[in-house]
Design a protein around this ligand. Sequence first.
Ligand code: ZN
Length: 425
Amino acid sequence: MTIKLFRNARIYTPISSSSSCAGGKADYSISLWKSGAVLVKNGLIARIGDEANVLAGLSHKQVDQEISCEDRCLVPGFVDPHTHMCFSALREAEFSERLAGTPYLEILKAGGGILSSVRSVRGSTDDFLFQSTRKNVITALLNGTTTMEIKSGYGLDTKTEIRMLKVMERIARETPLDIVTTFMGAHAVPSEYMGDTNGYVDLLVNEMIPAVSNDCSPSFCDVFCEEGVFSVPQSRRILLTAKEYKMAPKIHADEVNDVGGAALAAQIGAVSAEHLLAAKDENLVAMAKAGVLAVLLPATAYSLRKPYANARRMIELGLTVALSTDCNPGSSYTQSMPFVFGLSVMNMMMTVEEALVACTLNAARAIRMDSLVGSLEIGKYADFVILDGDSPAIMAYQNGVSPVDSVFKRGECMTKVFQDRICSR
Ligand SMILES: [Zn+2]
């Protein structure tokens, strides 16, 4: 057994028992120990709290390694509950075109946009896709993310969707992060089915979902429910089929137009609904009542120069709000949860406490990992981030550089293991 003691830390963490999710208003309070310590046994938190209490009855001989946090702030490892990090090519030229004013539809017609990501993923070897995904995942890890969700959805045919999910499963085996996978064959309509969305939905329901569930084990199924993509009835059909195959539903809902995606999320008991920029109050209330989490993606609004989701309103309505990068090559190319934290505080008017809960415990709830991660509590994984500041506010206060001093996954220092490799790339 390895026992490690982390001392001299200013510990900020949500506590799961005091922040209930379903029914009643979500709780965004934070516990703080100004002179805190964490005792880690075999990668799990054995003791946490005021240093004097943690040290009580503990002899130095029992501790294998002692680490001083030098009065810095220690927070739970970030959980990124919504990413499209499995892709093989960036779309930087397209980003420049967008900045120059070319509308997305024109980019799409010229062969760019999401369908160019589909082409590059279909044309990549498994190993290339693995390496490019791994690069994103390790960048996220070095920025404090210790658990994440990754979606498929750049294959849009049975074979490539399964290849993507297998690559993600390899990422889960060969990197230290905890990875949760989502099948998102309904990310877009592939060019072979242009003008025949119902035909593609038939393929999803009759072939892809059964095949994916046979060959891989994604925890969730997600659908892009939006005007011109998948309608509410089509989304319902896909998600209810996926539910039969033990994939819990998630929905990209009401990002551009209020098509009723949030209402659908409440009706079918989705785990979460994402984006929600255009969702009506009554549908948000229905979500809160049904215990559906709101996953907000401010880096997408930033990257698209669009308005931000109304996080304040959602919190007032009692919703459990989580934050995420939405990392993808088109509309949000960032792996950094501290950046998302900063955007949520500065541009969505979330408090520092709310943003911290939304990046940790609520994010873990959005991917059903909250029994293991998301808060620093006895028995949970010793996943935490040491920030080079006094409080989590440093992530909004300091901009453009990483405030992350070091990252620990199950008590092991990831910064030491991976930093050199990334730098020498
Ligand atoms: Zn997304």
